[in-house]
Design a protein around this ligand. Structure first.
Ligand code: 9PG
Length: 861
């Protein structure tokens, strides 16, 4: 990969804003490290090549005496000698709903858009491609390009943080591939002013899927992605009730959800579009919601769920009080108010106007609204139609570019909502939201129909309009983003068999896409009217998504052959113990799906793939080639159990990590109460878990402080090695911890290590800890929240004949695990306790000492 070209697009700022971005590259030079003068601009480039990966940083200075509008900066590369006859690439759409799927890199380039620049601008960072991009293909944010189904590949993209929008342009030139990464800034630069651009990253390898994952990890790290939150499931009003939703509908469903808590365990109950008096006035309800938002949130909370609410924070219609009061807060275009979309249900004349976050008063307003919603009790905020604020329009402060407008608006929402609220981006340009949102919708809307009604299709954006097929395409194409940039939101499951045009096969396809990618698991049906088989589909999908997500952070799901077809043919999500395989036929005819599990590194299996969700049985020979025939729009989901002879369970606090997180926190933050409860615990008056509850439940330890503390937690010097060794040898490794999921999630991200775990649950509520036992076992004397013996016994029942190793250091929860294991590695008080009981164990100092012993155990079996 050779750096080739550096170019800039700019205009004289005294000119009025052009209606589109068709400004060509006006100055260019060779791309190399150092300073370059391009016309009135001075560019400083630094390149950090690292083997097969290069990261470039760039800075632009206006070296002239005039104001300039910096439209964009181009960094170009040439990939020589890839030797691929027919190249394919992943086209990633600009915002949540935009087309994402694989395409052929043909000679023609991006097809001409049939419906004008404004409409194109709903789904592209650049509403009208400049003439010099004709014949080029494009992908927003990042792309993978290479051979299909497998072979050499290149990933390139912009590690966005809200300073610019990245677009990667691709074109074949003879044997070479030209690859130009553009950053769209669209902001005014004063004389002498300097701007940092976003980092650009380019990497080569032989596995497009793996390259995309590494790219997202690098992006997440550089942008401070919020990826460590717990798994989330929920119910949403939209896809059954749509705009007509009423308070009564929500309450009926709330009651049904509370009554089905055991069968359908969910966290969030989310009210969608339809409650508000007018778009823009988010705190006031219409006549269908007589109690108002606050009371409804309280009802949801007292039923034991997290209340969630939908808003379109930047959208305003003429009917709103906000519009009447603050017409001056809106983006404009050529002397008129700018329209971010047309929506006949929201407004009499369909016009939807857009707030201008370059105004401090608008930011203060956003902050106020979201502070108020959180004060009402909403902990989950779905933020919709976010792209509108980043479209080409006139803002008051022209020094703030389009990506930055979105970023500032989102940051104001975060400032108002606080650190604990879960923010879900929807209709959102992806990159600019990394580090602010917790979740991101990664596909078009699902719908109770597979395909869009042709009568409703808008030329050029058909593939982005609500349809289950389009949603599934995006979810598979963007599976690699999960837990690297945020938690993926695949959109809602609709499991009902009435009031829907989805066939049973299509419902299973949607369920399989949600379950196998492990993101948010939200369903949207009228719960009281669900029949038994639909309820089962919901329950199983939620449980499987939870299981896939629990395979470890970052996310485990990987699309099969991501460059091959427009819609990936399936997903595999597996750890050493196994996982799930989804095979998808989004086509309109019967098709055979084949996958070689051996080639995927999953051999040996403990048995044939087990059909889930009522999927058809698959053929699977000794060679682990799986074959199944799928009818149109049908998918099959399988559980894969991998064969292994040895399994390792490892304590976390003081064993996998150096410090004991829970004990340190208790000592530091509950010092006053600790002696009292410690005494009670020592005397056997309270259990270990009750001790935890007394000290930690309600702990007012601010999240930022906890995070700062977690950053000081070190891992055992052999921690990473033992995980890697287990992965390499096909030995399941699982952390068993009487600590908390939140901390384990954070620490996986902080240390870039991935492991599955069982632990207790920790949530923040009103600034304080709320803890819950993860796996208590009343039959065990340990009295912990996560009984290690219970976990190990459950594992043994499912895997008879497997030799179980337990590694630990503590006398309470680890003793209980140790006594249930075949081989015990012990140090500290666990070693003392076992010694005094005359129980066998192997002493160790660090996990490094354990690895050679595991090797012997594996050989001996
Ligand atoms: C509420 C809905 C739901 C849904 C969101 C968003 O292209 N379109 O016309 C289009 C319309 C609606 C839409 C997406 C696209 O849905 O994704 O979950 O909240 O708004 O109005």
């Amino acid at each position: 990969m050779e750096p080739t070209r550096l170019g800039v697009r700019f205009t004289d700022a005294t000119l009025a804003l052009r209606a589109d971005e068709s400004m060509p590259v006006v100055a260019e030079d060779r791309l190399a490290s150092g300073e370059r003068r391009l016309g009135p601009l001075e560019l400083t480039i630094s390149m950090a090549p690292g083997g097969e990966v290069a990261t470039l940083e760039a800075r632009v200075r206006n070296a002239s005496e005039r104001e300039l509008t910096l439209e964009g900066v181009v960094l170009g590369f040439r990939w020589r000698g890839h030797g691929i006859r027919s190249l394919r690439f992943l086209k990633n759409g600009w915002q949540s709903w935009s087309f994402s799927g694989a395409r052929e890199l043909d000679e023609r380039g991006e097809p001409e858009f049939p419906s004008g620049a404004w409409l194109r601008g709903l789904h592209h960072a650049v509403s009208a491609p400049p003439p010099d991009r004709s014949g080029w293909h494009e992908s927003a944010l990042a792309t993978a390009v290479g051979a299909a189904p497998s072979g050499p590949a290149c990933v390139a993209g912009v590690l966005e943080r809200g300073r610019a929008f990245g677009v990667v342009y691709l074109r074949r030139e003879g044997e070479d591939l030209l690859l130009e990464v553009e950053q769209r800034v669209d902001a005014l630069l004063a004389p002498g002013e300097t701007r940092e651009l976003e980092p650009v990253r380019v990497a080569l390898g032989d596995d497009a899927g793996r390259l995309l994952e590494e790219h997202a990890e690098a992006h997440g790290r550089s942008a401070g992605a919020r990826t460590a939150g717990p798994f989330l499931s929920g119910w949403c009003s939209w896809y059954h009730f749509f705009h007509e939703v009423s308070e009564q509908d929500v309450r009926r469903n709330l009651d049904a959800l509370a009554a089905s808590r055991d069968a359908l365990p969910i966290d969030v109950v989310q009210i969608d579009d339809g409650y508000q008096r007018a778009v823009g006035d988010w705190l006031e309800t219409n006549e269908r919601f007589p109690s108002g938002l606050g009371r409804l949130a309280a009802a949801i909370r007292s039923a034991g769920f997290t209340p969630g609410v939908w808003t379109a924070p930047f959208c305003v219609v003429a009917e709103s009080a906000l519009f009447q009061k603050h017409g001056e807060w809106l983006l404009r275009s050529q002397g008129e108010l700018f329209r971010g979309l047309l929506h006949p249900v929201w407004s009499e004349d369909a016009s939807v106007y857009v707030l201008d976050p370059t105004r401090p008063d608008v930011l203060a307003h956003l902050e106020r609204v979201f502070r108020e919603l959180v004060a009402m009790g909403f902990g989950y905020l779905k933020l919709d139609f976010l792209y509108t604020v980043a479209m080409r329009a006139e803002a008051r402060d022209r020094k703030v570019g389009r990506a930055e407008r979105l970023r500032r608006g989102l940051e104001a929402v975060r400032a108002g909502a606080g650190e604990e609220a879960f923010l879900l981006g929807c209709g959102c340009p992806l990159g600019a939201a990394v580090g602010v949102v917790d979740g991101m919708r990664v596909g078009a809307d699902v719908a109770p129909a597979w395909q869009l009604d042709p009568g409703a299709a808008i030329p050029g954006i058909e593939e982005t309009q609500p349809a289950t097929r389009s949603a599934v395409r995006g979810v598979l194409a963007r599976a690699w983003m999960h837990r690297r940039l945020w938690l993926n939101d695949p959109d809602c499951l609709m499991a009902r068999s009435r009031d829907t045009d989805l066939s049973a096969a299509e419902r299973r396809t949607l369920a399989a896409a949600i379950a196998s990618t492990g993101g948010l698991a939200v369903f949207s049906d009228d719960v009281p009217s669900l029949d038994e088989s639909s309820r089962t589909l919901v329950a199983q999908t939620l449980a499987l998504a939870r299981e896939v997500d629990a395979l470890g952070i970052p996310g485990a799901a990987r699309a099969l052959r991501p460059l091959e077809g427009e819609i990936a043919q399936g997903v595999v999500a597996a750890g050493a113990q196994g996982g799930v395989l989804a095979l998808v036929n989004a086509g309109d005819s019967r098709e055979e799906r084949r996958v070689d599990l051996n080639a995927l590194g999953l051999a040996p299996l403990a048995g044939p793939p087990e059909p889930l969700l009522g999927s058809p049985e698959a053929r699977c020979g000794e060679d682990l080639r799986v074959e199944v025939e799928l009818t149109e729009h049908e998918s099959a989901l399988y559980r894969l159990r991998r064969a292994f002879r040895l399994a390792v369970f490892c304590d976390f606090d003081g064993t996998f990590s150096v410090q004991d997180v829970g004990a340190t926190l208790a000592r530091r933050y509950a010092a006053d109460r600790r002696p009292l409860y410690w005494g009670r615990y020592q005397r056997g008056q309270i259990s270990a878990w009750q001790y935890n509850l007394e000290l930690l439940d309600g702990l007012p330890l601010p999240q930022a402080e906890l995070d700062a503390f977690l950053h000081t937690v070190e891992l055992d010097p052999g921690a990473r090695e033992i995980v890697e060794w287990c992965e390499r040898c096909g030995v399941p490794f699982r952390v068993l911890s009487d600590g908390f999921d939140y901390n384990l999630n954070r620490l996986q991200v902080i240390h870039g290590v991935r492991f599955a775990y069982d632990a207790n649950r920790l949530r923040y509520e009103d600034g304080v800890w709320r803890i819950a036992g993860g796996h208590p076992n009343p039959d065990c004397e340990c009295g912990t929240g996560t009984c290690k013996r219970g976990r190990i016994e459950k594992f043994r029942a499912a895997h008879p004949g497997v030799s179980v190793v337990h590694i630990g250091n503590g006398r309470v929860s680890d003793l209980c695990g140790a006594l249930a294991a075949d081989t015990v590695f012990a140090k500290d008080t666990l070693a003392e306790e076992l010694q005094s009981r005359g129980e066998a164990f192997e002493p160790f100092a660090t996990l490094r000492d354990v690895i050679p012993r595991l090797e012997q155990l594996l050989e001996r079996r």
